[in-house]
Design a protein around this ligand. Structure first.
Ligand SMILES: Nc1ncnc2c1ncn2[C@@H]1O[C@H](COP(=O)(O)OP(=O)(O)OP(=O)(O)O)[C@@H](O)[C@H]1O
Ligand SMILES: [Mg+2]
Length: 113
């Protein structure tokens, strides 16, 4: 079986040494839509932040298109095509695409959403 587009294994991450995610594993195949459900404060946003590099994983791996991305900075993750759309509609982008991070309309147009 081919590796999923996005493959997360045994991910541990949190804030200030206190883990929120304690061994999260999931896979997203090409063309698949995956929803993560859970109570308030359970770690859904933390998972998204870790996938986009805003929160650093203390262990575990994140692979996207077959490449490990869990040690990359957010701009380098964005460049590989993994985009984090925040709850307020802004898009996580940095570096040369800085303006896109603060202008949801521009980001939406840019991404063709
Ligand atoms: N910046 C932060 N610093 C320290 N702790 C944080 C921070 N952000 C979130 N947390 C804590 O991490 C845990 C998970 O929070 P998170 O925001 O990931 O949950 P969530 O599932 O997205 O919740 P919600 O359904 O309310 O959006 C909570 O206990 C929260 O208080
Ligand atoms: Mg949340």
């Amino acid at each position: 079986m081919p590796e999923p587009l996005l493959a997360v294994e045994n991910l541990v991450a949190g804030y200030g040494g206190a883990p929120v995610l304690r061994g999260v594993s999931l896979g997203v195949a090409e063309g698949e839509i995956v929803a993560v459900l859970g109570a308030n404060g359970v770690g859904k946003t933390t998972l998204n932040r870790t996938l986009s590099g805003l929160v650093r994983a203390s262990s575990g791996t994140i692979r996207f298109l077959g490449e490990r991305i869990d040690r990359l900075a957010p701009p380098d993750i964005v460049r590989r095509g993994l985009i984090h759309v925040l709850e307020n509609g802004t898009v996580v982008m940095q570096g040369p695409a800085d303006r896109l991070a603060t202008d949801p309309a521009l980001a939406t147009a840019y991404l063709g959403l």
